[in-house]
Design a protein around this ligand. Structure first.
Ligand code: ADP
Ligand code: MG
Length: 317
């Protein structure tokens, strides 16, 4: 069982940033109004995520670390399908199989917190909410460790996952620390303020609001004007139903919407939130690659193209 957990974890925990993503998503699911991420050594030495969400009752702590799908795996052949389900009910279990993990939680009304770790369930100190501490990631799977990049690169990937969550949850107060240094401190704010805080400076100064709605489709957000287009090329965020994705079709639609205002080869900054009827999109193509498949791809393309074009049109006059 431990081995299967490790193999499954290897499929989904590519790098420390994968852990940051899962833990922050859990905190958001718990209704947290405040989330703090602390990483050390690019996340390899330590990742700690704490929140002020609903917490986990003492009796449920062991359950939170258990792999839900255990009884469903009968052969190695099935592993592939398990991996494709991603972390449904197995993020904490998978992470615990390849790292040290201590889960501390306190529910409203409880006298104190409880933690679960290698020594079992024990009383602990802590405010209402949950804290997950992951140490020595991949120390049991050194092969994986070899593929990781420098500490600076892993830190940047962790920060990027943090920023994705921050952009799609502007009402949540969020902080990110690396080696004890505050890298990103975000108060609860509006979507626009949050985008301004995370995207490059020129984006805040020169961007157009994008908004369009059509049957089962809605897009909102901001498209940077050509001044912003010359800045960081990685300041490009597309969210589909709250999940940050990279999609060739959407990028193509966007560039087409920009075609009249974009300098040759320039990379526009943008932050767009696309909402699609869940029955019209498959977001589970792969748990880590952030891909989606649209049922009516061409319609989505036209929709995004026209929305961006309309938003940028006044820039021409
Ligand atoms: P999943 O999120 O898919 O349910 P996880 O392994 O990520 O699976 O988490 C297992 C369970 O632990 C969750 O379903 C939830 O009940 C509980 N849990 C994890 N993190 C938190 C948190 N930050 N706050 C409250 N409950 C949590
Ligand atoms: Mg989860």
């Amino acid at each position: 069982d431990q081995l299967i957990s490790q193999i499954a974890a290897g499929e989904v925990v590519e790098r420390p940033a994968s852990v940051v993503k899962e833990l922050v998503e859990n905190a958001i699911d718990a209704g947290a109004g405040r989330i703090e991420v602390r990483i050390e050594g690019g996340g390899l030495r330590r990742i700690a995520v704490s929140d002020n969400g609903c917490g986990i009752p003492k009796e449920e702590l062991p359950l939170a670390l258990r792999r839900h799908a255990t009884s469903k795996i009968h052969s190695l052949l099935e592993l592939e399908s398990v991996a494709s389900l991603g972390f449904r009910g197995e993020a904490l279990a998978s992470i615990a199989s390849i790292a040290g993990l201590v889960l501390t939680s306190r529910v409203p009304g409880a006298d104190h917190a409880w933690s679960i770790g290698p020594e079992g369930v024990q009383p602990a100190s802590g405010e209402t909410g949950t804290r997950v501490e992951v140490t020595d990631l991949f120390f049991k799977t050194p092969a994986r460790r070899k593929f990781l990049k420098s500490e600076a690169t892993e830190t940047a990937h962790c920060l990027r996952e943090f920023e994705h969550a921050a952009l799609s949850h502007p009402g949540v107060e969020m902080r990110f620390f690396a080696n004890g240094r505050a890298v990103s401190v975000l108060p609860a704010q509006s979507a626009r303020e949050r985008a301004n805080a995370i995207l490059p400076h020129d984006f805040a100064q020169a961007s157009r609001e994008v908004f369009a709605e059509s049957e089962g489709l809605k897009v909102s957000g901001w498209a940077g004007l050509p001044t912003a287009a010359r800045s960081r090329s990685d300041a490009q965020y597309f969210f589909v139903n709250g999940r940050c994705i990279r999609d060739r079709m959407l990028l193509h639609a966007l560039r087409q919407g920009y075609s009249d205002v974009l300098y040759n080869g320039a990379q526009p900054s943008f932050c767009l939130f696309l909402e699609v009827d869940p029955s019209q999109v498959d977001v589970n193509v792969h748990p880590t690659k952030n891909e989606v498949r649209f049922r009516e791809s061409q319609r989505v393309h036209q929709f995004v193209f026209h929305a961006v074009e309309a938003a940028l049109a006044p820039a021409m006059s």
